[in-house]
Design a protein around this ligand. Structure first.
Ligand SMILES: Cc1cc2nc3c(=O)[nH]c(=O)nc-3n(C[C@H](O)[C@H](O)[C@H](O)COP(=O)(O)OP(=O)(O)OC[C@H]3O[C@@H](n4cnc5c(N)ncnc54)[C@H](O)[C@@H]3O)c2cc1C
Length: 376
Protein backbone atom coordinates (compact mmCIF):
# COMPACT_ATOMS: atom_id res chain seq x y z
CA UNK A 1 0.00 0.00 0.00
CA UNK A 2 1.33 3.42 -0.95
CA UNK A 3 1.69 5.59 2.15
CA UNK A 4 1.09 9.34 2.10
CA UNK A 5 3.97 11.71 2.77
CA UNK A 6 2.88 12.18 6.40
CA UNK A 7 2.43 8.45 7.02
CA UNK A 8 5.86 7.76 5.51
CA UNK A 9 7.47 10.45 7.65
CA UNK A 10 6.00 8.97 10.84
CA UNK A 11 7.12 5.49 9.77
CA UNK A 12 10.65 6.80 9.11
CA UNK A 13 10.90 8.34 12.59
CA UNK A 14 9.80 5.04 14.16
CA UNK A 15 12.28 3.07 12.01
CA UNK A 16 15.19 5.32 13.02
CA UNK A 17 14.33 5.14 16.71
CA UNK A 18 13.84 1.39 16.54
CA UNK A 19 17.22 0.86 14.84
CA UNK A 20 19.25 3.35 16.87
CA UNK A 21 17.75 3.03 20.36
CA UNK A 22 15.61 -0.09 20.69
CA UNK A 23 17.30 -2.83 18.64
CA UNK A 24 20.72 -2.63 20.34
CA UNK A 25 19.22 -3.66 23.72
CA UNK A 26 16.52 -6.07 22.52
CA UNK A 27 18.45 -9.28 23.30
CA UNK A 28 19.48 -7.93 26.71
CA UNK A 29 15.90 -6.93 27.58
CA UNK A 30 14.80 -10.48 26.68
CA UNK A 31 17.64 -12.08 28.66
CA UNK A 32 17.25 -10.02 31.83
CA UNK A 33 13.48 -9.53 31.67
CA UNK A 34 14.12 -5.94 32.66
CA UNK A 35 11.34 -3.47 31.87
CA UNK A 36 12.88 -1.05 29.32
CA UNK A 37 12.08 2.36 30.79
CA UNK A 38 14.67 3.89 28.44
CA UNK A 39 12.54 2.72 25.49
CA UNK A 40 9.42 4.19 27.12
CA UNK A 41 11.25 7.51 27.32
CA UNK A 42 12.45 7.50 23.73
CA UNK A 43 8.97 6.56 22.42
CA UNK A 44 7.44 9.32 24.57
CA UNK A 45 9.95 11.96 23.46
CA UNK A 46 9.20 11.21 19.83
CA UNK A 47 5.41 11.14 20.10
CA UNK A 48 5.17 7.41 19.32
CA UNK A 49 2.49 6.71 21.95
CA UNK A 50 0.08 9.23 20.49
CA UNK A 51 0.45 8.81 16.75
CA UNK A 52 -3.29 8.22 16.15
CA UNK A 53 -4.49 10.51 18.97
CA UNK A 54 -5.98 13.93 18.08
CA UNK A 55 -3.67 16.87 18.75
CA UNK A 56 -6.18 18.41 21.18
CA UNK A 57 -5.50 15.42 23.48
CA UNK A 58 -1.73 15.58 23.24
CA UNK A 59 -1.33 13.29 20.23
CA UNK A 60 0.30 13.66 16.83
CA UNK A 61 -3.06 13.77 15.02
CA UNK A 62 -2.10 11.00 12.60
CA UNK A 63 -4.27 8.11 11.47
CA UNK A 64 -4.48 4.38 12.17
CA UNK A 65 -2.35 3.57 9.11
CA UNK A 66 0.49 5.60 10.67
CA UNK A 67 -0.12 3.97 14.04
CA UNK A 68 0.16 0.41 12.66
CA UNK A 69 3.28 1.42 10.70
CA UNK A 70 4.92 2.61 13.93
CA UNK A 71 4.01 -0.55 15.85
CA UNK A 72 5.39 -2.73 13.04
CA UNK A 73 8.72 -0.88 13.04
CA UNK A 74 9.15 -1.29 16.80
CA UNK A 75 8.04 -4.95 16.82
CA UNK A 76 10.52 -5.70 14.04
CA UNK A 77 13.38 -5.12 16.47
CA UNK A 78 11.90 -5.68 19.96
CA UNK A 79 8.48 -7.22 20.56
CA UNK A 80 8.65 -6.48 24.31
CA UNK A 81 8.93 -2.76 23.60
CA UNK A 82 6.15 -2.92 21.04
CA UNK A 83 3.87 -4.41 23.72
CA UNK A 84 4.38 -1.27 25.82
CA UNK A 85 3.19 0.77 22.87
CA UNK A 86 0.21 -1.46 22.01
CA UNK A 87 -0.89 -1.66 25.67
CA UNK A 88 -0.84 2.12 25.90
CA UNK A 89 -3.13 2.21 22.84
CA UNK A 90 -5.36 -0.42 24.46
CA UNK A 91 -5.63 1.67 27.64
CA UNK A 92 -6.35 4.87 25.71
CA UNK A 93 -8.99 3.32 23.45
CA UNK A 94 -11.93 3.30 25.93
CA UNK A 95 -11.26 6.98 26.73
CA UNK A 96 -11.11 7.89 23.03
CA UNK A 97 -14.22 5.86 22.19
CA UNK A 98 -16.51 6.51 25.14
CA UNK A 99 -14.85 8.86 27.63
CA UNK A 100 -16.54 12.14 28.53
CA UNK A 101 -14.69 15.40 27.89
CA UNK A 102 -13.41 15.62 31.46
CA UNK A 103 -12.01 12.08 31.38
CA UNK A 104 -10.47 12.60 27.95
CA UNK A 105 -8.75 15.84 29.00
CA UNK A 106 -7.50 14.36 32.25
CA UNK A 107 -6.08 11.04 31.04
CA UNK A 108 -5.46 10.94 27.28
CA UNK A 109 -2.72 13.62 27.13
CA UNK A 110 -0.80 11.92 29.95
CA UNK A 111 -1.01 8.56 28.14
CA UNK A 112 -0.46 9.89 24.60
CA UNK A 113 2.62 11.84 25.70
CA UNK A 114 3.92 8.80 27.58
CA UNK A 115 4.05 10.67 30.91
CA UNK A 116 2.26 7.76 32.55
CA UNK A 117 1.48 4.18 31.53
CA UNK A 118 -2.03 2.72 31.43
CA UNK A 119 -3.44 -0.81 31.63
CA UNK A 120 -6.69 -2.47 30.71
CA UNK A 121 -7.96 -5.11 33.17
CA UNK A 122 -10.36 -7.43 31.40
CA UNK A 123 -9.19 -11.02 32.02
CA UNK A 124 -10.02 -12.96 35.18
CA UNK A 125 -9.19 -16.50 36.28
CA UNK A 126 -12.64 -17.66 35.11
CA UNK A 127 -13.17 -15.12 32.33
CA UNK A 128 -10.70 -15.23 29.43
CA UNK A 129 -12.22 -15.74 26.00
CA UNK A 130 -15.64 -15.42 27.63
CA UNK A 131 -15.34 -11.83 28.86
CA UNK A 132 -19.03 -11.72 29.73
CA UNK A 133 -18.51 -14.20 32.58
CA UNK A 134 -16.50 -11.58 34.52
CA UNK A 135 -17.07 -11.82 38.28
CA UNK A 136 -15.47 -8.58 39.41
CA UNK A 137 -18.36 -6.63 40.94
CA UNK A 138 -18.97 -2.90 41.18
CA UNK A 139 -21.76 -2.12 43.65
CA UNK A 140 -23.33 1.33 43.72
CA UNK A 141 -23.21 3.10 47.10
CA UNK A 142 -24.59 6.64 46.88
CA UNK A 143 -22.45 8.52 44.38
CA UNK A 144 -19.70 5.89 44.55
CA UNK A 145 -19.04 2.34 43.37
CA UNK A 146 -17.29 -0.29 45.50
CA UNK A 147 -15.28 -2.68 43.33
CA UNK A 148 -14.17 -6.17 44.37
CA UNK A 149 -12.47 -8.74 42.19
CA UNK A 150 -9.32 -10.17 40.68
CA UNK A 151 -7.78 -9.59 37.26
CA UNK A 152 -5.00 -11.73 35.85
CA UNK A 153 -2.43 -11.42 33.05
CA UNK A 154 -2.63 -7.63 33.05
CA UNK A 155 0.11 -6.02 30.99
CA UNK A 156 2.06 -3.28 32.79
CA UNK A 157 0.17 -3.91 36.06
CA UNK A 158 2.02 -2.30 38.93
CA UNK A 159 3.86 0.07 36.56
CA UNK A 160 0.79 1.83 35.22
CA UNK A 161 -0.71 4.86 36.93
CA UNK A 162 -4.19 4.32 35.51
CA UNK A 163 -6.30 1.15 35.08
CA UNK A 164 -9.49 0.64 33.12
CA UNK A 165 -11.28 -2.18 34.93
CA UNK A 166 -14.08 -4.32 33.54
CA UNK A 167 -16.63 -4.94 36.31
CA UNK A 168 -20.13 -6.31 36.60
CA UNK A 169 -22.88 -3.84 37.52
CA UNK A 170 -25.82 -6.19 36.94
CA UNK A 171 -26.47 -9.90 36.47
CA UNK A 172 -27.08 -9.72 32.68
CA UNK A 173 -24.12 -11.44 31.01
CA UNK A 174 -23.28 -8.83 28.37
CA UNK A 175 -25.57 -5.96 29.35
CA UNK A 176 -24.33 -6.04 32.94
CA UNK A 177 -20.78 -4.93 32.33
CA UNK A 178 -19.26 -1.48 32.96
CA UNK A 179 -15.82 0.11 32.67
CA UNK A 180 -14.21 1.97 35.57
CA UNK A 181 -11.13 4.15 35.86
CA UNK A 182 -9.03 3.19 38.89
CA UNK A 183 -5.91 5.17 39.66
CA UNK A 184 -2.84 3.60 41.21
CA UNK A 185 -2.75 4.46 44.89
CA UNK A 186 -6.50 4.08 45.34
CA UNK A 187 -6.98 2.23 48.66
CA UNK A 188 -7.76 -1.46 48.03
CA UNK A 189 -5.96 -1.67 44.67
CA UNK A 190 -2.93 -3.95 44.79
CA UNK A 191 -0.81 -6.11 42.50
CA UNK A 192 -0.19 -9.82 42.87
CA UNK A 193 1.78 -12.48 41.08
CA UNK A 194 4.08 -11.44 38.24
CA UNK A 195 4.14 -14.05 35.47
CA UNK A 196 7.31 -15.70 34.18
CA UNK A 197 6.68 -15.89 30.44
CA UNK A 198 7.85 -17.75 27.32
CA UNK A 199 8.32 -14.55 25.32
CA UNK A 200 7.91 -10.75 25.44
CA UNK A 201 10.04 -11.13 28.54
CA UNK A 202 10.68 -7.39 28.89
CA UNK A 203 6.95 -6.82 29.29
CA UNK A 204 5.36 -7.05 32.73
CA UNK A 205 2.28 -9.30 33.12
CA UNK A 206 0.74 -9.24 36.58
CA UNK A 207 -2.32 -9.83 38.71
CA UNK A 208 -4.50 -6.87 39.75
CA UNK A 209 -6.47 -7.24 42.99
CA UNK A 210 -9.40 -5.01 43.91
CA UNK A 211 -10.59 -5.13 47.53
CA UNK A 212 -13.32 -2.66 48.40
CA UNK A 213 -11.93 -0.13 45.94
CA UNK A 214 -14.11 2.98 46.15
CA UNK A 215 -14.41 5.18 43.05
CA UNK A 216 -16.81 8.01 42.26
CA UNK A 217 -19.44 7.73 39.54
CA UNK A 218 -17.27 10.12 37.53
CA UNK A 219 -14.90 7.15 37.07
CA UNK A 220 -17.43 5.28 34.96
CA UNK A 221 -16.51 5.30 31.24
CA UNK A 222 -19.67 5.50 29.13
CA UNK A 223 -22.92 4.64 30.86
CA UNK A 224 -23.57 1.98 33.47
CA UNK A 225 -23.93 -1.44 31.76
CA UNK A 226 -22.52 -0.12 28.48
CA UNK A 227 -19.09 -1.68 29.00
CA UNK A 228 -19.43 -4.72 26.74
CA UNK A 229 -20.32 -2.66 23.68
CA UNK A 230 -17.43 -0.27 24.32
CA UNK A 231 -15.10 -3.22 24.83
CA UNK A 232 -16.03 -4.72 21.46
CA UNK A 233 -15.36 -1.36 19.80
CA UNK A 234 -12.03 -1.15 21.61
CA UNK A 235 -11.04 -4.55 20.19
CA UNK A 236 -11.96 -3.46 16.67
CA UNK A 237 -9.34 -0.73 17.05
CA UNK A 238 -6.67 -2.72 18.81
CA UNK A 239 -6.75 -6.03 16.92
CA UNK A 240 -5.27 -4.54 13.71
CA UNK A 241 -2.55 -3.08 15.97
CA UNK A 242 -1.73 -6.58 17.26
CA UNK A 243 -1.70 -7.61 13.60
CA UNK A 244 0.92 -4.92 12.99
CA UNK A 245 2.93 -6.15 15.95
CA UNK A 246 2.84 -9.69 14.53
CA UNK A 247 3.82 -8.44 11.06
CA UNK A 248 6.79 -6.63 12.59
CA UNK A 249 7.97 -9.75 14.44
CA UNK A 250 7.67 -11.80 11.23
CA UNK A 251 9.51 -9.17 9.15
CA UNK A 252 12.33 -8.94 11.71
CA UNK A 253 12.87 -12.71 11.61
CA UNK A 254 12.59 -12.79 7.82
CA UNK A 255 15.15 -9.99 7.31
CA UNK A 256 17.67 -11.80 9.49
CA UNK A 257 16.99 -15.13 7.81
CA UNK A 258 17.30 -13.71 4.27
CA UNK A 259 20.84 -12.44 4.95
CA UNK A 260 21.77 -15.66 6.67
CA UNK A 261 20.78 -18.00 3.82
CA UNK A 262 22.82 -15.90 1.38
CA UNK A 263 25.94 -16.23 3.53
CA UNK A 264 25.71 -19.75 4.97
CA UNK A 265 27.42 -22.33 2.76
CA UNK A 266 26.78 -26.07 2.75
CA UNK A 267 27.62 -28.61 0.04
CA UNK A 268 30.03 -25.98 -1.35
CA UNK A 269 27.44 -23.30 -2.08
CA UNK A 270 25.16 -20.79 -0.32
CA UNK A 271 22.07 -22.52 1.07
CA UNK A 272 20.00 -19.82 -0.72
CA UNK A 273 20.75 -21.63 -3.98
CA UNK A 274 18.76 -24.71 -2.91
CA UNK A 275 15.26 -24.64 -4.37
CA UNK A 276 13.67 -25.91 -1.18
CA UNK A 277 15.15 -22.93 0.70
CA UNK A 278 14.05 -20.55 -2.04
CA UNK A 279 10.51 -21.89 -1.90
CA UNK A 280 10.42 -21.25 1.86
CA UNK A 281 11.77 -17.71 1.40
CA UNK A 282 9.07 -16.99 -1.19
CA UNK A 283 6.34 -18.40 1.08
CA UNK A 284 7.51 -16.29 4.00
CA UNK A 285 7.63 -13.11 1.91
CA UNK A 286 4.16 -13.70 0.46
CA UNK A 287 2.61 -14.29 3.87
CA UNK A 288 4.23 -11.23 5.45
CA UNK A 289 3.12 -9.00 2.59
CA UNK A 290 -0.45 -10.39 2.75
CA UNK A 291 -0.55 -9.79 6.51
CA UNK A 292 0.65 -6.22 6.14
CA UNK A 293 -1.94 -5.47 3.48
CA UNK A 294 -4.74 -6.89 5.63
CA UNK A 295 -3.56 -4.88 8.65
CA UNK A 296 -3.45 -1.73 6.52
CA UNK A 297 -6.90 -2.48 5.10
CA UNK A 298 -8.38 -2.81 8.60
CA UNK A 299 -6.56 0.38 9.70
CA UNK A 300 -7.86 2.24 6.69
CA UNK A 301 -11.41 1.01 7.43
CA UNK A 302 -11.05 2.33 10.99
CA UNK A 303 -9.95 5.70 9.62
CA UNK A 304 -13.10 5.74 7.44
CA UNK A 305 -15.25 4.45 10.34
CA UNK A 306 -16.46 1.59 8.14
CA UNK A 307 -18.92 -0.59 10.15
CA UNK A 308 -17.66 -3.74 8.38
CA UNK A 309 -14.32 -3.37 10.13
CA UNK A 310 -15.24 -5.99 12.77
CA UNK A 311 -14.38 -9.01 10.64
CA UNK A 312 -11.41 -7.31 8.97
CA UNK A 313 -9.94 -6.38 12.37
CA UNK A 314 -10.21 -10.05 13.37
CA UNK A 315 -8.81 -11.24 10.03
CA UNK A 316 -5.85 -8.87 10.31
CA UNK A 317 -5.03 -10.05 13.83
CA UNK A 318 -5.52 -13.72 13.00
CA UNK A 319 -3.72 -13.89 9.64
CA UNK A 320 -0.79 -11.74 10.82
CA UNK A 321 -0.26 -13.63 14.07
CA UNK A 322 -0.52 -17.07 12.41
CA UNK A 323 2.00 -15.75 9.88
CA UNK A 324 4.31 -14.49 12.63
CA UNK A 325 4.31 -17.93 14.27
CA UNK A 326 4.93 -19.73 10.99
CA UNK A 327 7.58 -17.34 9.68
CA UNK A 328 9.56 -17.20 12.93
CA UNK A 329 9.45 -21.01 13.27
CA UNK A 330 10.67 -21.39 9.69
CA UNK A 331 13.35 -18.74 10.23
CA UNK A 332 14.69 -20.86 13.11
CA UNK A 333 14.59 -23.88 10.76
CA UNK A 334 16.52 -22.10 8.01
CA UNK A 335 19.24 -21.12 10.48
CA UNK A 336 19.54 -24.78 11.45
CA UNK A 337 21.20 -25.36 14.84
CA UNK A 338 22.20 -21.70 15.04
CA UNK A 339 18.54 -20.75 14.94
CA UNK A 340 18.03 -22.57 18.22
CA UNK A 341 20.83 -20.69 19.96
CA UNK A 342 20.30 -17.46 21.86
CA UNK A 343 23.24 -15.71 20.11
CA UNK A 344 20.89 -15.37 17.13
CA UNK A 345 17.68 -13.30 17.39
CA UNK A 346 15.24 -15.63 15.63
CA UNK A 347 14.59 -17.93 18.62
CA UNK A 348 13.56 -14.85 20.65
CA UNK A 349 11.29 -13.75 17.81
CA UNK A 350 9.71 -17.22 17.68
CA UNK A 351 8.98 -17.08 21.44
CA UNK A 352 7.67 -13.52 21.10
CA UNK A 353 5.42 -14.40 18.16
CA UNK A 354 3.34 -16.92 20.11
CA UNK A 355 1.54 -14.40 22.30
CA UNK A 356 0.11 -12.60 19.26
CA UNK A 357 -2.04 -15.69 18.57
CA UNK A 358 -3.36 -15.59 22.15
CA UNK A 359 -4.02 -12.13 23.55
CA UNK A 360 -6.75 -9.63 22.60
CA UNK A 361 -8.85 -12.67 21.72
CA UNK A 362 -7.29 -16.01 20.76
CA UNK A 363 -7.20 -16.87 17.08
CA UNK A 364 -10.00 -19.39 17.61
CA UNK A 365 -12.13 -16.51 18.91
CA UNK A 366 -11.15 -14.39 15.88
CA UNK A 367 -12.38 -17.22 13.64
CA UNK A 368 -15.66 -17.38 15.62
CA UNK A 369 -16.12 -13.61 15.11
CA UNK A 370 -15.31 -13.75 11.38
CA UNK A 371 -17.73 -16.65 10.81
CA UNK A 372 -20.48 -15.00 12.90
CA UNK A 373 -20.13 -11.79 10.93
CA UNK A 374 -20.32 -13.62 7.61
CA UNK A 375 -23.21 -15.89 8.60
CA UNK A 376 -25.48 -13.34 10.25
C1 LIG B 1 1.40 -12.06 28.10
C2 LIG B 1 -0.06 -11.79 28.25
C3 LIG B 1 -0.52 -10.49 28.32
C4 LIG B 1 -1.88 -10.23 28.50
N1 LIG B 1 -2.32 -8.93 28.66
C5 LIG B 1 -3.61 -8.72 29.02
C6 LIG B 1 -4.05 -7.40 29.40
O1 LIG B 1 -3.28 -6.43 29.38
N2 LIG B 1 -5.34 -7.25 29.80
C7 LIG B 1 -6.21 -8.29 29.85
O2 LIG B 1 -7.35 -8.09 30.25
N3 LIG B 1 -5.83 -9.55 29.49
C8 LIG B 1 -4.56 -9.78 29.08
N4 LIG B 1 -4.15 -11.05 28.76
C9 LIG B 1 -5.12 -12.14 28.77
C10 LIG B 1 -5.45 -12.69 27.38
O3 LIG B 1 -6.20 -11.76 26.66
C11 LIG B 1 -6.19 -14.03 27.59
O4 LIG B 1 -5.21 -14.95 28.06
C12 LIG B 1 -6.84 -14.54 26.32
O5 LIG B 1 -7.93 -13.74 25.96
C13 LIG B 1 -7.32 -16.00 26.46
O6 LIG B 1 -8.03 -16.22 27.64
P1 LIG B 1 -7.64 -17.47 28.57
O7 LIG B 1 -6.17 -17.38 28.79
O8 LIG B 1 -8.51 -17.47 29.75
O9 LIG B 1 -7.91 -18.75 27.67
P2 LIG B 1 -9.31 -19.55 27.53
O10 LIG B 1 -10.40 -18.59 27.22
O11 LIG B 1 -9.45 -20.45 28.71
O12 LIG B 1 -9.01 -20.42 26.24
C14 LIG B 1 -8.33 -21.68 26.28
C15 LIG B 1 -8.42 -22.28 24.88
O13 LIG B 1 -9.79 -22.54 24.55
C16 LIG B 1 -10.10 -21.94 23.33
N5 LIG B 1 -11.50 -21.48 23.31
C17 LIG B 1 -12.16 -20.80 24.29
N6 LIG B 1 -13.42 -20.54 23.91
C18 LIG B 1 -13.55 -21.02 22.65
C19 LIG B 1 -14.60 -21.05 21.70
N7 LIG B 1 -15.79 -20.47 21.93
N8 LIG B 1 -14.37 -21.64 20.51
C20 LIG B 1 -13.17 -22.22 20.24
N9 LIG B 1 -12.14 -22.21 21.08
C21 LIG B 1 -12.31 -21.62 22.28
C22 LIG B 1 -9.14 -20.75 23.23
O14 LIG B 1 -8.98 -20.31 21.88
C23 LIG B 1 -7.87 -21.35 23.80
O15 LIG B 1 -7.19 -22.06 22.83
C24 LIG B 1 -2.80 -11.32 28.55
C25 LIG B 1 -2.32 -12.64 28.46
C26 LIG B 1 -0.98 -12.88 28.34
C27 LIG B 1 -0.50 -14.31 28.31
Amino acid sequence: MLLTEQQEMIQKVARLIAKDHIEPRAAEVDRTGEFPWDNVRVMAENGLFGVHVPEEYGGVGGDMISHVAVVEEIAKVCASTSVINTTQALAMAPFLIAGNEEQKKKYIPLLAEGKILGSFGITEPGAGSDVSSAKTMAVREGDDYIINGQKIFITNAGLSEVYVIVARTSEDRTKGISLFIVEKGTPGLSFGKEEDKMGIRGSVTREVILENVRVGKGNLIGGENEGFKILMNVFNETRPVIGAQATGIAQGAFDYCLNYVKERKQFGRPISTFQMVQSEIANMAMKIESSRLLVQKAAEMLDRKDPNVIRYASMAKCVASDTAMEVTTNAVQLLGGYGYIKDYPVERMMRDAKITQIYEGTNQIQRVIIANQLLK
